[in-house]
Design a protein around this ligand. Structure first.
Ligand SMILES: Nc1ncnc2c1ncn2[C@@H]1O[C@H](COP(=O)(O)OP(=O)(O)OP(=O)(O)O)[C@@H](O)[C@H]1O
Ligand SMILES: [Mg+2]
Length: 475
C-alpha cells in the first residue's frame, strides 16, 4: 500500500504537465462562440500565410536581384576594362574620363567608376569632390583573378564594388560601384504590394468567415431556440430545413423527433387521463363500498346486536334460574364488546360525520377516538375555519390522508405525540401531520410495495395537490 501510494504522484506528474496547457487551450477555445472560432481560424491562417509568403518572397527576390546586380556590375566593369585598354596605352586621360562618365550615365545603378594604372595610381574617376582615399584598398584583386566583387557599407547603403583587371592587370584595374538602392526600393515596393494584398485578402477572409459563420450558426441558433422550446414541453416545434446538407439533415431529424415526442406526449396524456379517470372511479367505488358496508354494519348488524343486547338484559332480569344469570350477563358483555367493535369498524370504514358534519368534525372525532385506542397523544389544530364545506372528493381525500398518516404513526413510529394541522387559506388547503417517533428512510419505504404512502400521494395528485414527506431514520 505504502509503495503504491508513494509511486502514484511520480507516475501522474508528466500527465499533468502535458494536460494543463491543453486543458487551458480547451477552456479558452470552448468559452468562445463558433463565430469567433471560425473568424479566428480564418484570420489566423490568412495572416500566417500572408506573412510567411511575404517573408519568403522578400528573401528570395532580394537574393535574385542582388545576383543580377552583381552580374551587371561584373559585365559593366569588364566592358569598361576592355574599352579602357587602348586609352591607357596611349595615355588619353581625357577620353578615359569621358568613358567613365558615359559608363555612369548609361547605368543609373553605377555610383562611381575609376581606373588605376599598373602601380595602383588612380588615372581617372567620377568623384566630383575628390577621390576617397580608403576606397582603393577596399577591394584588391590578385593577378590570376578575373574579377572581385565586394560589398561596401556606405552612407547610401550597400554598394557592390567590382574590380576587373585591364590587360591581365598589366595596364591597371577598372573598378565600378553599383548601388543596392534600386534593388532595395524594388523589394520594398513588392513587399508593400504583398502586404496590401494580405490586408485585402484578410478583409475578404473576414467577410467570408462572417458570411460562413452566419450560414452555419443561423440554423444552429434556430435549432437551439426550438430545442429550448421542446425542453419547456412545446412539442409543436418544426424547423424549415435550411439546405440539403448535414445541418438540413439535423433539422429533418429534429422535426421527426418533435413529431414523435408530440405523438408520445399525446398518448401519454391520454393514458394519464385514462389512469386518472380509472383511479377516480376506483376511489369513488371504494368509498361507496365502504359507505355501504359502514351503513350496513351500523343499520343492520348494529341494530340487531343492540336489540340482542336489550333483550338479553330483559332476559337476565326475568330469568328465574339464578345460576344462569352470570352466564347471561357474560354473553351480554360479549355483545356489548362486539357492538363497540362494530361501531369502530363502521367509523373506520366511513365516518358518518364526514358526510353529515364535514371534514373538521370528522377529523375531531377521529382524533378523539385515536387517542383512546392508541398510546399516542394526537392533537388537531384547524386554522382558517370558515364553516364552509369543501367539495366531497377533497374532504374524503384529506380525511383518508390524515387517517393513513395517523395509522402509520401508531403502527410504525413508536411516537409519543402526533399533531395534525389543517389550514385553509386563499382557496388552498394544507395539512401538516407530524410525529416525534423514530422516523424512516423514505427511499427504502418507497421500495417495499406498501400502499399507504402511495395511496396518499395518489389522492393528493388527483386533486392537483402534492404530498411531501420529510423524514430521516432516528428523527
Ligand atoms: N410515521 C412514520 N414513522 C416511521 N415509519 C413510517 C411512518 N410512516 C410510514 N413509515 C414507514 O414507511 C413504510 C411505508 O408506509 P406505508 O403506509 O406505505 O405502508 P405500511 O403502513 O407498512 O402498509 P399499508 O400498505 O398497510 O399502509 C412503513 O412500512 C414504515 O416502515
Ligand atoms: Mg400504512
Amino acid at each position: 500500500m505504502i509503495s503504491k501510494s508513494s509511486r502514484l504522484p511520480v507516475e501522474k506528474a508528466p500527465e499533468r504537465i502535458t494536460s494543463v496547457p491543453l486543458n487551458r487551450f480547451r477552456h479558452i477555445a470552448g468559452a468562445v462562440s463558433v463565430r469567433t472560432k471560425i473568424l479566428g481560424i480564418v484570420l489566423g491562417l490568412v495572416l500566417l500565410l500572408g506573412f510567411v509568403t511575404t517573408f519568403q518572397v522578400r528573401v528570395m527576390s532580394r537574393q535574385a536581384l542582388i545576383n543580377r546586380l552583381q552580374d551587371s556590375s561584373i559585365s559593366t566593369a569588364r566592358d569598361l576594362a576592355a574599352r579602357a585598354t587602348d586609352l591607357i596605352l596611349i595615355n588619353d586621360l581625357y577620353a578615359l574620363h569621358q568613358l567613365l562618365e558615359e559608363t555612369q550615365v548609361n547605368n543609373p545603378d553605377v555610383r562611381y567608376a575609376f581606373i588605376t594604372d599598373a602601380n595602383g595610381d588612380v588615372l581617372a574617376h567620377t568623384f566630383g569632390n575628390g577621390f576617397p582615399a580608403d576606397l582603393l584598398a577596399a577591394n584588391e584583386i590578385s593577378g590570376d583573378e578575373h574579377h572581385s566583387v565586394v560589398a561596401l557599407q556606405t552612407d547610401e547603403g550597400v554598394v557592390w564594388d567590382t574590380a576587373v583587371p585591364i590587360y591581365d592587370g598589366r595596364a591597371g584595374i577598372a573598378r565600378v560601384g553599383f548601388s543596392e538602392a534600386s534593388v532595395q526600393s524594388t523589394v520594398e515596393t513588392m513587399i508593400g504590394q504583398m502586404m496590401l494584398t494580405t490586408v485585402v485578402v484578410s478583409a475578404i477572409g473576414i467577410a467570408a468567415a462572417v458570411l460562413l459563420t452566419w450560414v452555419v450558426t443561423r440554423p444552429i441558433l434556430v435549432l437551439k431556440t426550438a430545442a429550448e422550446a421542446v425542453g419547456r414541453g412545446d412539442f409543436d416545434q418544426q424547423i424549415t430545413p435550411w439546405a440539403d446538407d448535414e445541418i438540413g439533415d439535423l433539422a429533418v431529424a429534429f422535426n421527426s423527433m418533435t413529431t414523435d415526442l408530440a405523438q408520445a406526449e399525446k398518448e401519454r396524456g391520454e393514458r394519464e387521463q385514462l389512469r386518472t379517470q380509472l383511479l377516480e372511479k376506483v376511489i369513488a367505488a371504494q368509498e361507496d363500498e365502504r359507505r355501504r358496508i359502514s351503513r350496513e354494519l351500523h343499520d343492520e348488524t348494529g341494530q340487531a346486536l343492540t336489540s340482542l343486547m336489550v333483550r338479553m338484559h330483559t332476559m337476565k332480569q326475568q330469568c328465574t334460574v339464578p345460576e344462569l344469570k352470570p352466564e347471561i350477563e357474560q354473553l351480554r358483555q360479549l355483545v356489548v364488546h362486539t357492538l363497540d367493535n362494530i361501531h369502530n369498524l363502521s367509523m373506520e370504514l366511513r365516518p358518518s360525520a364526514l358526510d353529515d358534519l364535514g371534514l373538521e368534525a370528522a377529523l375531531e372525532r377521529y382524533v378523539q377516538d385515536y387517542n383512546q385506542r392508541y398510546p399516542v397523544q394526537a392533537d388537531l389544530l384547524v386554522r382558517g375555519q370558515d364553516g364552509e364545506r369543501l367539495p366531497p372528493p377533497v374532504e374524503t381525500a384529506v380525511y383518508r390522508i390524515v387517517q393513513e398518516s395517523l395509522t402509520n404513526i401508531a403502527r410504525h413510529a413508536q411516537a409519543k405525540h402526533a399533531s395534525v394541522l389543517l389550514e385553509k387559506r386563499n382557496g388552498r388547503i394544507r395539512v401538516i401531520i407530524e410525529d416525534d417517533g423514530i422516523g424512516f428512510d423514505l427511499q427504502r419505504a418507497a421500495k417495499n410495495e406498501r400502499l399507504g404512502l402511495y395511496g396518499m400521494s395518489e389522492r393528493a395528485e388527483l386533486l392537483n395537490g402534492t404530498l411531501t414527506i420529510e423524514s430521516t431514520p432516528g428523527q
